[in-house]
Structures are given as C-alpha cells and as structure tokens.
Design a protein around this ligand. Structure first.
Ligand code: AMP
Ligand code: GLY
Length: 422
C-alpha cells in the first residue's frame, strides 16, 4: 500500500524508517520531510496544515494510510476534513479528530477529562480574564513552586513554574491579558508535583490498545537538566525506574481509564496517546496528554518495536489490535540530539553537515536538515538524532557519543549527560 507521513522532524524520520521495513509498504512519501527521509522515501512539498493539497496528493497517489506526525494539523481538524469527504474517508488516518485532539490542545479540556475518569493528576483550577483576582486568591492557598499553564498550544512555552508568590500573581495577570495570545486567555493553575518524569505511548482505537516501549526524554538545554526547555535533547528506552510494578499501576490507573474515557465520550480516536507522567512516591501522575508520538522519544521507541508497524496501525484501524502481538527488542536504545548553537533561542541555519557518510554504530535520524545541491545543511534548531542499541544503556550511549564525533557542522552542540542521571 502507499503511505504518507506528515511532518519533517526526527520523529517523522524514525516513523518512516520503521514503516519502510514493512513488506506491506509499497510507495512511501513524507511531506515535507527532510534530507534524512529523502534517503528512504519520496519527499513531497506539503504544508502539514494545507488540507486541500494533502487531500489532492492522497487521491493522486492512492494513499491508503496517512500518519500525522505533529499535533498542529490534528488540533486544526485534518481528521474531520478527511472524514467528511466521500473520496477520502476510507484512508486510514492515524490521529484523532479535532475535538479529541483537545486532549493536547487544551489543558483545561484534558484536566476535565482526567477528573471525569478519575485519572491521577495534579489538583488544579482554571481561570479566565474576568476572574484574575480569584486566580490570585487561589495561588495564595497553594505552596510554592506555582505552576501556571496557558490553556492552548503555545509552542512548548506556555508552562511557567515560579517560586515567588507575587511573581506568580503578576504572571497570571499577564497571561490572562494575552502574554501567549489566545492560548493564555484561560490559565490552569495547578499543584506542583515533585517527581521524575517519563513518557508512555499507547496506540489505541478507543476500544483496544497496545502499550509501546516506555521512554524518558531530556528536555532542558543544559547538562544536569538545567536551563531553558527544548523540544528534547535526547531520550532512552527502557527506563530503569519504570519497573513492572509501576507500569502495572500506569496501565490500571491511567491507560485503562483513558481508553475507557475516549470510548465513553464517543471520541473519534485512532492514533497515539502520548502520556507524560511523573512518578511521585512510586505512584504515577499525568502531567499532560499529547495526541501524537514524542520527539525525540520516537527515535528510541520505533527502533525497539520488532513487530511490523504497518500491521499494528492497520489492526488499530480495523478493531483488531487485541489479536496482535507486540514484540519488543530487549536491547536498550538511546538517542542523543545535536542542535544548532543558540537553540532553543535564536540560531542560524544553512550550515553544511559533514561526516554523515562515515561508518558508524548508530542510526542517524535527521530532525532539521535539508538537501542543497549535493550537500546536506542544517535547517532547524534540532538537527540530527544519533540512535544506538546496546546490551546496556551505557553501551548504547557510548555508541551514540562515538558516532557524534564523526559528524560536524558549525556550532554543533549536544548534551554529554543524556541517560546518565538515573
Ligand atoms: P506540560 O506542557 O504540561 O507538559 O508542562 C511542561 C513541563 O512543565 C513538564 O514536562 C514538566 O516538567 C513541568 N510541569 C508541568 N506541570 C507540572 C506540575 N504540576 N508539577 C511539576 N512540574 C510540572
Ligand atoms: N519530547 C516531548 C514532546 O515530544 O513533546
């Protein structure tokens, strides 16, 4: 069958790498893709939010499976767009409809969902511009640090964690008067959870589910997990502190009620649920839902799935997921992200990348790269993810760091402590 993956990052390269291994995959397209996806698929110049062009392309190329990488088109209703069109509705689209994508697109929606279905999460209240004073009074009842979250999508910048009560009160007022535009016209204030975070991925159709390998990502730019938040500087799978007993709790207290909730609310959801969790006193709490795979988690999750991934997606689409075996590679997988100097703030693009043709023990997933003539150049903040396997986390990391030494571009930065804190 012909398959289209939407997106252009390391996540999409890793998805393409895995999908391509399926004997069911005939023609594989990635739109818009990057220099890495170009090596194994056909890149198509598509804007992920231009549904008319995507639809026309799907019809032209007889696409039967469409995997939506990022959240934006999902929140903007790509599923709804395909569903209402006779010619498109039989394409299996991996991703929820717009209403269900509010699980990621609105913190208030997701908190309400968690409350309704008894899913453990931080205590919270939501406030709008007409009750700033009530929000400030609520802050006074909490202990520091104070967690303020813009309700809507704010490109990963909408969460503030503040030690000082007065600063928190000021920030609340600023957020409600438009600091993050419409995204912060509503603000969720929640209790601070002092725990260690991990990422759980579930493939579901709202009735059945499969739990994909667990991962941990490293969000901060600096070593020791200090400095600004990024999209993610590296990831590992499996995660030592997420043992079988904890995963059992995650399944019973979080995954089962989440899938039940999706079914009970009649949500149209065939796709991934990415559950950001934190472990507090050996109990799992949900920090957030995302309606897509994580990046760079996908760069370690896909390599650990041994089963045919296209078969799994087709089974999700035809209510056959329970009949499938999900075979997981017992080895450790690690990925280390190289980024442009300055990221996650201003950075330059267009730097030539050298050394990619060298023999190495890693799979190099491209995140922000492009072809220019016969050269490959940087095209984003996150540039290349070096994924490796090993019989231990340490061995896998050694391979990732060895491979990085062979590659270069001006201003290349990376964290040297991915995976070492656990
Ligand atoms: P979110 O966008 O909800 O994932 O929040 C971004 C980051 O803020 C998370 O990955 C956590 O590191 C942190 N965070 C969010 N909510 C809380 C909370 N209630 N307690 C502690 N840290 C949090
Ligand atoms: N790595 C976190 C995310 O994809 O949101």
């Amino acid at each position: 069958m012909n398959i289209l993956i939407l997106g252009s990052g390391g996540r999409e390269h890793a998805l393409a790498w895995k999908v391509k291994q399926s004997p069911k995959c005939e023609k594989l397209f990635v739109g818009p893709g990057n220099a890495g996806t170009k090596d194994l698929a056909n890149n198509v110049e598509l804007n992920v939010n231009d549904f008319n062009s995507i639809a026309a392309f799907c019809l032209q190329e007889k696409i039967e499976l469409l995997i939506v990488g990022p959240e934006d088109p999902l929140v903007n209703g790509i599923k709804d767009f395909f569903k209402k069109d006779e010619a498109l509705k039989n394409i299996l689209l991996i991703g929820p409809d717009a209403k269900s994508a509010q699980l990621e697109g609105s913190k208030d929606f997701s908190k309400d969902f968690m409350s309704e279905f008894g899913i453990p999460t931080a205590a919270h209240k939501s406030f709008t511009n007409d009750n700033v004073a009530a929000g400030q009074a609520f802050l006074e009842t909490l202990n520091p640090p104070y967690v303020l979250k813009a309700d809507g999508l704010a490109a990963g910048k909408g969460v503030l964690i503040l030690e000082d009560l007065n600063k928190a009160k000021r920030e609340l007022a600023e957020m409600l008067s438009g600091k993050f535009g419409a995204a912060s016209s509503k603000v969720v204030i929640e209790e601070y959870l002092d725990g260690i975070e991990f990422s759980v991925f579930v493939l579901t159709n709202g009735k059945e589910y499969k739990i994909l390998p667990v991962a941990k990502d490293y969000k901060r730019i600096g070593e020791g997990d200090k400095g600004l938040n990024t999209g993610g500087m590296g990831a590992i799978s499996p995660v030592a502190f997420v043992d079988e007993a904890l995963m059992k709790k995650v399944e019973e207290k979080v995954i089962l009620p989440t899938v039940k909730g999706i079914e009970k609310r009649g949500m149209d959801y065939t796709g991934f649920v990415f559950i950001g969790l934190t472990k507090v006193n050996n109990e799992p709490y949900v920090i957030e839902y995302n309606v897509r795979m994580g990046d760079p988690e996908t760069e370690v999750v896909m390599p650990r799935i041994k089963s045919d991934f296209v078969d799994l997606l087709l089974a999700a689409g035809s209510n056959n997921l329970n009949s499938m075996d999900l075979e997981i590679d017992p080895r450790f997988a690690t990925t280390v992200m190289t980024v442009s100097k300055g990221y996650p703030e201003a950075y330059e693009k267009g730097k030539e990348i050298t050394g990619l043709d060298q023999q190495m023990e890693s799979i190099v997933f491209h995140a922000g790269t492009k072809n220019e003539g016969d050269k490959i150049k940087t095209n984003g903040g996150r540039v290349l993810a070096f994924t490796s396997y090993g019989p231990s986390k340490e061995m896998a990391l050694l391979h990732s760091y060895e491979s990085i030494q062979k590659v270069n571009f001006e201003g290349m930065c990376y964290r040297e402590d991915i995976g070492f804190d656990l």
